[in-house]
Design a protein around this ligand. Structure first.
Ligand code: SF4
Length: 443
């Protein structure tokens, strides 16, 4: 045995790779050659029934978290940031002339990152004014804005609310300062409390808190403490991710340097149990309902997540900014994933799209089916009518497999995942992938 490899992974260990399935077919199948299909799709008038959303990527962060695999920038000054925001607005200008907009109004907006709350109030106002001038937000039902608690103060929160944000998403991840520090987070627990209470007093319609189960050095008692603190704050929505260690993270780089194959975080069984315990306590002590593999909401009739639901049902998503992911007229695409090439393409009046993929009809069906399975309950009728298939038959093999494993109950109308099935749904979705997309690198 090689002396550099000092561990051998067991079935449940956390090893390197992407666990979370956010789209289909896998990103590793998207190509520069596919961009022609996107350009063709953009030159067609849309189906007016397809909702249009806008995603704006803000790639700046105060610090790089050790588990982060996004392309983020911690060294950009105000001039570079302003140049970037102007480029994003110019990118929208370019799209406004194209037939795929087709007079549609935006129905949802999402600011993701990176850290959108890294922007100053003035930068934020300039950006949103520029976007709204080109594509008005009159009919927008939801505007989500991701925040890092340490970047927030009252003035900034007021600006975020004033520009129209309805759903504030706080990247809390953990309430313990040692764990936040050792995982490379920039904020600390005091800043979480301050930001949360200020946001509440300003009156955001919805506040979501993100947590991660299984960060470096997470413990049983601290995880319960995270649940206690969340219950105390009473956010409208809690989103819990299970820690994964993709390539391109600081954690993986250290594992590689030490010849380790097992990531130094809790195994999958423990992470699932932690999420199960959290959901159980949110339900019994906080009156929450579990509405997807990752989310629990306090008032289901009031707390929606339009961005997720529309996207998982095939909405168009016009994405702006470096490395951002979009979906127009049935074609997936991603922009240039480095800052300078992205800005330069825009300044030169060229398309910033780097790779794309036009899924086949079969791939589109698989995509929607697996994404909607993450909600825990799925009705066949929707797929049969939309795709002209008998979806229960198309997916009979994987459905039989996950039922036999005890993770789902399937009847003539629907699939209902058990709680155990829901908590490992991303793993189960592999069974629904077409053969060519299995056992390949996802991203
Ligand atoms: S705040 Fe988010 S985007 Fe920024 S480095 Fe951390 S995980 Fe990555």
């Amino acid at each position: 045995m090689s002396s550099s490899v000092i561990d051998s992974p067991k079935k449940n260990d956390t090893t390197v790779g992407n666990y979370f399935v956010s789209n289909y077919p896998p990103f590793s199948f998207w190509t520069p050659e596919g961009v022609t299909d996107l350009h063709d799709a953009m030159h067609l008038a849309p189906d007016p029934r397809t909702p249009l959303g806008l995603y704006v990527h803000i790639p700046f962060c105060r610090k790089r978290c050790h588990f982060c695999y996004f392309r983020v920038y911690t060294d950009k000054d105000a001039t570079a940031i302003r140049g970037y925001l102007q480029a994003a607005i110019k990118e929208l200008d370019h799209y406004m002339k194209m037939p795929f907009i087709g007079g549609r109004k935006l129905s949802f907006v999402y600011f993701g990152g990176g850290t959108p709350s890294y922007l100053s109030p003035n930068q934020l106002r300039e950006l949103t004014d520029g976007l709204k001038e080109r594509l008005p937000w009159d009919d927008v039902e939801e505007v989500t804005f991701e925040c890092e608690p340490g970047t927030l103060n009252e003035k900034k929160l007021e600006a975020i609310r004033e520009v129209g944000v309805t759903r504030l998403s706080l990247g809390v991840e953990n309430f313990n300062d040692h764990i936040l520090g050792i995982n490379g987070r920039a904020h600390r627990s005091k800043e979480i409390e301050k930001a949360y209470h200020a946001a509440r007093s300003i009156g955001f319609p919805q506040i979501n808190i993100d947590l991660i189960a299984g960060m470096l050095e997470e413990t049983e008692s601290n995880w319960q403490f995270n649940i206690d603190k969340t219950l105390e704050l009473k956010p409208d929505c809690v989103t819990i991710y299970q820690m994964e260690v993709p390539y391109n993270t600081t954690i993986y780089k250290e594992m590689k340097a030490q010849g380790k194959l097992v990531a130094p975080v809790a195994d999958w069984e423990t992470k699932r149990r932690w999420v199960r315990e959290a959901f159980g306590r949110f339900e019994s002590e906080g009156g929450y309902e579990v509405t997807s593999a990752y989310t629990a909401v306090r008032n289901k009739s009031r707390t929606t997540f339009i961005y997720r639901d529309r996207l998982w049902a095939g909405a168009d998503l016009l994405s702006l900014g470096v490395a951002s992911f979009g979906h127009i007229g049935g074609v997936h695409y991603q922009n240039q994933h480095d800052f300078e090439p992205y800005v330069q393409k825009i300044l030169a009046g060229e398309s910033p799209v780097y790779r794309a993929l036009k899924p086949s009809a079969e791939e589109k069906l698989v995509r929607e089916f697996i994404l909607q399975l993450k909600l825990g309950t799925l009705y066949f009728q929707y797929f049969d009518e939309k795709f002209g298939v008998v979806s229960r038959e198309v997916f009979s093999e994987p459905l039989n497999i996950i039922s036999a494993w005890g993770y789902a109950v399937v009847d003539t109308e629907k699939v209902v995942l058990s709680r155990d099935g829901l908590l490992q749904v991303d793993r189960l979705l592999q069974e629904f992938f077409l053969p060519q997309h299995r056992n390949v690198r996802y991203a």
